[in-house]
Design a protein around this ligand. Sequence first.
Ligand SMILES: *Cc1c(COP(=O)(O)O)cnc(C)c1O
Length: 357
Amino acid sequence: MTLHQRPSLQDVPAYKQGKPAPAGASKLSSNESPHAPLPSVISSIQEGLANIHRYPSIAAPQLTAALSKQFSIDAEHVTLGAGSVEVAAQIIHAVAAEGDEVMYAWRSFEAYPSLVRIAGATPVEVPLDAESRHDLPAMLEAITDKTRLIFICNPNNPTGTVVEAHALDQFINAVPRNILVVVDEAYVHFDRSEVRADGIELFRKYPHVAVLHTFSKAYGLAGLRIGYAISPLEVANNLRKVAVPFGVSDLAQRAAVASLAAIDELAVRIEEVVAQRERMYEGLAQAGYPVVKSQANFVWVGAGADTVDLEAQLAAGGVVVRAFPGDGLRISSGTEEDVNRVLAALPAFASAEAATA
Ligand SMILES: *Cc1c(COP(=O)(O)O)cnc(C)c1O
């Protein structure tokens, strides 16, 4: 006899993590910060170690107060999760049920399809346009009476493209007010576009906008698992219901508070990552690779059929990246040395596909 299990999980793949790097290699597969934690963050974690026999606070008063102050938003709008990927899962569970549709662009964040299907909802994937950007008119077209939720990943993982301020405002304005638009701003700190969209501003302006932020990328706390949503009150109240109790550790809360206090120090690191991203983009573009201009902490190479070959070439040069076979490679922006290795491993683009054609 086989165990009763949810049949709908049969086609849901387990989340595929960026590859680990062998010792000495550059790990550019998961968009992490290449920098070691700040001393002030480490000491705040050390102070918390004496209390790990206690459960953490679910309300996380210090952190929610700090965030509410930073954005001048009532603390009740702020809800936490073990990384913003967990917060995304909470939002889907809070808003969409069996048969409801959740829309996002594709290709986008790897976690969206599984999170939607795990919740029993139906994913609606709207292809990116020819320039690897969100196709907003097509997304508006795809809205049905079953649409409950729309994710806008801005900047988009893994292509690094952005929806600029005016376009995002227009899009949100065109979405019916009973459909929640979630702006996933995991990479917003790296966005240097001229008219950068500001999710928090849109949250203030519209009643159907939520924003997802994470401490994993710009703040360098990927290993501690902490992220948050800023959402309309009725949504925030439901997120508090669906959140797994005690999902966010006290150590993570402390590290997040210390990181918010160290924003000036972190800003220097963020600028360095942006500078290396630009250097990697320019180098690869000059060498003929099909790279996409990025506003995140990575660069997308739309290598198509050459993807697996390029991944192997990079691995031989001591660089581990995220490859989506048949589609492209995402290379995180690391240190100057990391980017040197990437450029050395990929000196000139010679498409195997073209050669055999
Ligand atoms: C990395 C990432 C996240 C957040 O990851 P957490 O570590 O769970 O906070 C969220 N959205 C996108 C698009 C990401 O790339």
